[in-house]
Design a protein around this ligand. Structure first.
Ligand code: BGC
Ligand code: ZN
Length: 384
């Protein structure tokens, strides 16, 4: 079967690879689930992997199938799978079990292992392919009514993790009632973080460099967030009028703004850092002032990466809430479809140099593809 792959460590090596059809037997105990991939989104991580800045091939391969923002439909399940059935729409998580104590309790996203396993990113093939097989532990059911937008469930799960972790941390305060939040960055993750916060009735100020109006500022305003361009006014100055911010979610990809965000955070506030920033950018900061305000204000700053099953489940619930509260909003994020795995170059070009891209994704098979259309041979013990 076809797969979009790169040779990790080799720049611009994206190509069409050939992978054997996966088999249910790869998962022990009759617990295999065969999923047909219908759609897969791409993001900055895929861009970095193709730029040879990130990513690792699985053992025994010189290439890595990329793509981790998946959406598919169950084709066949093993005899001991009761959680899912053929025909179910599903999204799979990204990180797989390592060896730390956090991995052992299912919180793979919190691993302390040096080497971690992520489908489409690190030592495991991804989802820009036709089928995958996995354990139901990693596969989350999506209601049929969400199938048109569920390709954003994975990026939404990343934002969910950051915000749920913030709430978890703030239990230290016994009576934390966040009223005002800031979201720095108005790309996919920023938009989705703003969505989660607005669904919780929080006043949101969203920041990005580009002056309004444009699609991203319109999307922020549609869900009732205030959009501020940092070319007009800084995050710190805005905090004086629209703050104090009880929660700040940083997803701009611009590391220096973290130190400004630290100064815009209100007392007892929590700052969530979610940008994976490459490079070695340097910056000068008022260290004593920032430190003093953090100490005197009992403030917290936390990094957040990935998301385990819990956050994917939250993501699916919030997608449904989003459709109830802001019908059609989520689909406006799906700006750049690319048809078929064969058009991998167009997919990567759109990702790297497309105009006004919020989400580029590959339509791999029609969303209404009938189950069993391409039932593979060799799926012994399968229950259809
Ligand atoms: C993915 C996460 C992953 C992170 C670091 C992000 O693009 O969405 O699942 O943990 O990259 O590899
Ligand atoms: Zn991602």
């Amino acid at each position: 079967m076809k797969a979009i792959a790169v040779y990790p460590g080799q720049k611009n090596s994206v190509h069409l690879a050939d992978l054997p059809m996966p088999s249910l037997e790869e998962i022990p105990g009759g617990r295999g689930v065969l999923v047909r991939v219908l759609r897969c989104g791409v993001d900055g991580t895929d861009k970095e992997i193709n730029a040879a800045e990130y990513g690792a091939a699985p053992d025994g391969y010189d290439f890595l199938t990329i793509g981790h923002e998946n959406f598919g439909r169950v084709e066949v399940v093993g005899p001991n799978v009761s959680e899912l059935r053929p025909g179910d729409y599903v999204v799979a998580t990204v990180r797989r079990r390592g060896s730390s104590i956090y991995d052992q309790i299912g919180t793979y996203d919190m691993t302390t292992d040096e080497v971690y396993f992520e489908r489409g990113v690190s030592h495991r093939h991804g989802y820009l392919t036709e089928y995958y097989v996995d354990d139901p532990e990693y596969i989350v059911k999506v209601p049929d009514g969400l199938r048109d937008i569920a390709v954003i469930a994975e990026p939404l799960s990343v934002a969910e993790k950051g915000i749920i972790q913030a709430y978890e941390i703030q239990r230290r305060l016994k009576v934390w009632q966040p009223r005002k939040a800031a979201v720095i960055g108005s790309g996919t993750i920023g938009l989705l973080a703003a969505l989660i916060l607005r669904l919780r009735g929080i006043d949101v100020t969203a920041f990005a460099r580009t002056p309004r109006p444009y699609l991203n500022s319109d999307l922020m305003e549609t869900i009732g967030a205030r959009y501020v361009s940092t070319s007009d006014i800084s995050v710190r100055d805005t905090a004086r009028t629209s703050g104090p911010f009880d929660l700040i979610f940083e997803a701009s990809g611009f590391a220096p703004i973290v130190f400004e965000a630290m100064q815009a955070l209100g007392k007892n506030g929590v700052l969530v850092l979610a940008s994976v920033t490459g490079g070695n950018q340097m910056v000068e900061v008022p260290a004593a002032k920032i430190n003093l305000e953090f100490v005197l204000g009992n403030k917290v700053m936390v990094g957040s990466v990935n998301g385990n099953r819990e956050y994917f489940e939250a993501s699916i619930r919030d997608l449904a809430m989003s459709e109830a509260q802001y019908p059609g909003w989520a689909s406006r994020l799906l700006t750049h479809p690319v048809d078929g795995l064969d058009n991998y170059q167009q997919l990567v070009d759109t990702l790297t140099s497309g105009k006004n891209v919020i989400k580029a994704y590959c339509d791999i098979a029609p969303l209404d593809t009938p189950v069993g259309a391409t039932l593979a041979t060799g799926l012994a013990h399968a229950r259809v």
